[in-house]
Every structure is written in C-alpha cells, then in structure tokens.
Design a protein around this ligand. Structure first.
Ligand code: DC
Length: 219
C-alpha cells in the first residue's frame, strides 16, 4: 500500500504523514529531508548560492557536478537534525529543488524506498511531487494546504518553542517565496491533482486532519 501526500510548505502534511504511518504501521519518508540534506551538505562544501540558469549551470558550473555528487551519495534513512530546518537551508533546498538532474537522482532513491519499504507493510511519502511523479500509482493521494498566514503562525510557534530568534513576518516571507518556487518550477512543480483528496488545514488541528484522512482511507 502506498500513500502519497503533497502540499504546500508548513501546511501540516508532514505531521499528517507521520501520524498516518504510525497508525497504519507503515514506513514514512519525508522527501523534503532529501533536498534539505543536499542543501546542508552543499553549504558545508561552501555552496551557499548558485546561478539558476539551468542550461548554463549544467555545462559550465562546477557547483552543479558537486551538487549531483552530493545527491548521489545520500543514503536513506536520513536523520531529521535541527540544522536541516534552518531558514537558510530551507531557501537553499528550494533552489536546489529546481535542478532537474538533482531531482532525477533523488527520484530513484524515493522510488526504491516506496517499492521496498523496510517494514514490507506499506509506505507514506510526503513532499511536492509524490502523487504526480514519484508514485503516481499510489493507492491514496492527498493534497494539504492552508492560508500562508496560518502556516507562518504555526511555524513561528514551533520555532519559538525551540528558542529560535526569527520573526513571524520573515517566516511568512519565506513561505511565500517557497510557494512561488514550488508552484512555478519547470521540473515537477507542485500540482493539485483532481484525484488527490484535498484537505484545507487552515482551521483544523492535527488530530482533525488525521481523522479526516483516516475516514477517507477507510471509505
Ligand atoms: O517539505 P520541505 O519544506 O521540508 O521541503 C524542502 C524543499 O524541498 C522545498 O522547498 C521543496 C522541496 N521539495 C521538492 O521539491 N519535492 C519534494 N518531493 C519535497 C521537497
């Protein structure tokens, strides 16, 4: 059994995916972690920004071959460390997510995990292109969204708990930037498929979202 969950940044898709996997005894893959890990490793190798002219980069920029190599070397499962959640890494990951070659390398790893989950029971994957590209054959597809202001408020509350010094406005600005990048990139953009069950989590808490998803799965 394969469950695909796509949606906007900080919409609650990760929370839903994790709790669905726990409830059903399935394996869970947060695919955003792959892009974040490439970004963090890139930063460690001194790549903090790069030219986004994809054609030019592929032929001339050594950063591209470094990024491809970093992506190739990633091994699942990945550990969700706090460094991966830094704002700088979020923005670099969003930029890296535009690179077709990197996406292709990560696609293979995600499909392998979906087809051979460690538990052999089933998988829940969450990201931006799960139902459209990674596992279009998924048994159930979800699309989660919420108003940007609400997503920023929730992310701000999470970061405040971790004593991170960020303003709600800067989080909202980042969310808007990442939305634009996710919806408009050329390769595997975020798309709301007609066959994906849509949940607007603007006025729902995590338990309510989980219950709605379980009701849908149980018919
Ligand atoms: O879900 P997240 O915010 O942790 O994702 C980090 C970045 O990776 C985000 O900018 C979009 C990108 N991403 C993607 O392009 N495709 C995925 N399947 C998952 C994430």
């Amino acid at each position: 059994m394969k469950i695909a969950i796509d949606g906007t940044a900080a919409s609650g898709k990760g929370t839903l995916a994790r709790s669905l996997a726990k409830k059903l005894g399935f394996d869970y893959l947060d695919t955003g972690l792959l892009y974040r890990s490439v970004a963090l490793n890139a930063k460690k190798q001194g790549i903090t920004d790069f030219e986004l002219d994809v054609e030019k980069d592929i032929s001339s920029n050594t950063n591209m071959s470094k990024l491809n190599r970093i992506a190739s070397l990633l091994k699942l499962p990945l550990i969700d460390e706090p460094d991966l959640r830094e704002q700088e890494i979020s923005l670099l990951a969003a930029k890296i997510a535009n690179l077709p070659k990197v996406r292709n390398i990560l696609l293979e790893k995600q499909r392998l995990f979906a087809n051979q989950p460690p538990s052999k029971m089933g998988v829940v994957l969450d990201g931006r292109d799960i139902g459209t590209v990674i596992i279009p054959e998924a048994n159930f597809k979800f699309f989660i969204d919420a108003k940007p202001e609400i997503r920023a408020k929730r992310r701000y509350a999470e970061l405040k708990k971790l004593n991170k010094a960020v303003s709600e406005q800067s989080i909202l600005d980042d969310i808007n930037k990442r939305d634009t990048s996710d919806w408009t990139r050329q390769t595997a953009p975020l798309k709301r498929l007609p066959n994906a069950f849509f949940i607007d989590s603007t006025s729902l808490n995590a338990d309510e979202v989980l219950q709605i998803a379980l009701n849908y799965i149980n018919g």
